[in-house]
Design a protein around this ligand. Structure first.
Ligand SMILES: N[C@@H](CCC(=O)N[C@@H](CS)C(=O)NCC(=O)O)C(=O)O
Length: 209
C-alpha cells in the first residue's frame, strides 16, 4: 500500500485505546488524518495494514505501521513532550499502572459494562471486582496527589483515563455518589481538559485533525 503524505490514524471515536492515542498525538502537535473505522465493517486497507485489525493503527509517511495504542503514544511523545509526560513518574511504576489497567482492569470493566453477557455475577458484583482490583488502589493514590505522580500529568494518567471514563459511564449516578473522591476529581479534570474535548471532536471524514 502507498505510504500517506500525512500520518493516517485509523480510529474509533469512543474506543479507549484510540482516545489515548489521539490525546497523545494532539498533545505532541502531530498532525494526522483521522479515519474513523466501523468495527463491524472494517475497510480492506486497514485490515491489510494490520492483520489483527484493532484500532488505533497509525500509518506513517515512512511506510511504518504502529498498531498498539501505547506504542503510538510513545512514538508521539518521542517527537514532542511539552509538559514532560515521559519524565513524570518512575518507569517501573508507570509500567505497573498501565499493565494493571490493560490486563487486569480492562477485562473486569468489560464484564461490568456488558454484565448481561456474564450472568454468573450481578452487575454490582462485577463492579465490586473492578473496584477491588483497580479503582480502589487508584483512588488511594489520587487522594494523595492530583495526578498519579504528583501535580502534573504523566503518560500513565493519560493511558488510564479513557478506561476509567468508561467505568464511570456505566452507571454515572452511582459513580458520582460513590466514595471515590480521588478518582472523581481526577476524572473531572480530564473530562474538562481542552486536550480531551478536542480529541473527541468529530472531524469531517478524511480531513486532518
Ligand atoms: N492492544 C490494542 C487493543 C486495541 C483494541 O482492542 N481496540 C478495540 C476497540 S476499543 C478493537 O479495535 N477491537 C476490534 C474489534 O472489535 O473487532 C491497543 O492497545 O491498541
Amino acid at each position: 500500500m502507498t505510504a500517506p503524505a500525512l500520518p493516517v490514524l485509523y480510529s474509533f471515536r469512543r474506543c479507549p485505546y484510540a482516545i489515548r492515542a489521539r490525546m497523545a498525538l494532539r498533545y505532541a502537535g502531530v498532525e494526522v488524518t483521522v479515519r474513523e473505522v466501523k468495527l463491524g465493517d472494517k475497510p480492506a486497507d486497514f485490515v491489510t495494514l494490520s492483520a489483527k485489525a484493532t484500532v488505533p493503527v497509525l500509518h506513517l509517511p515512512s511506510g511504518e505501521v504502529i498498531d498498539q495504542s501505547l506504542a503510538i503514544m510513545q512514538w508521539a511523545l518521542a517527537r514532542s513532550d511539552p509538559q514532560g509526560w515521559l519524565r513524570t513518574g518512575p518507569a517501573d511504576e508507570t509500567t505497573h499502572w498501565i499493565t494493571q489497567n490493560d490486563e487486569v482492569f480492562k477485562p473486569l470493566l468489560d464484564r461490568y459494562k456488558y454484565a448481561t453477557r456474564h450472568p454468573n455475577l450481578t452487575p454490582s458484583a462485577h463492579r465490586a471486582a473492578a473496584i477491588t482490583a483497580f479503582i480502589a488502589p487508584l483512588n488511594e493514590r489520587l487522594l494523595q496527589t492530583p495526578y498519579l505522580f504528583g501535580p502534573r500529568p504523566s503518560l500513565a494518567d493519560v493511558a488510564l483515563f479513557p478506561f476509567v471514563r468508561q467505568f464511570a459511564g456505566v452507571d454515572r449516578a452511582w459513580f458520582d455518589s460513590a466514595p471515590l473522591t480521588g478518582v472523581q476529581a481526577w476524572l473531572a479534570a480530564w473530562l474538562g481538559s481542552d486536550l480531551f474535548v478536542a480529541s473527541m471532536e468529530k472531524s469531517p471524514e478524511g480531513s486532518p485533525s
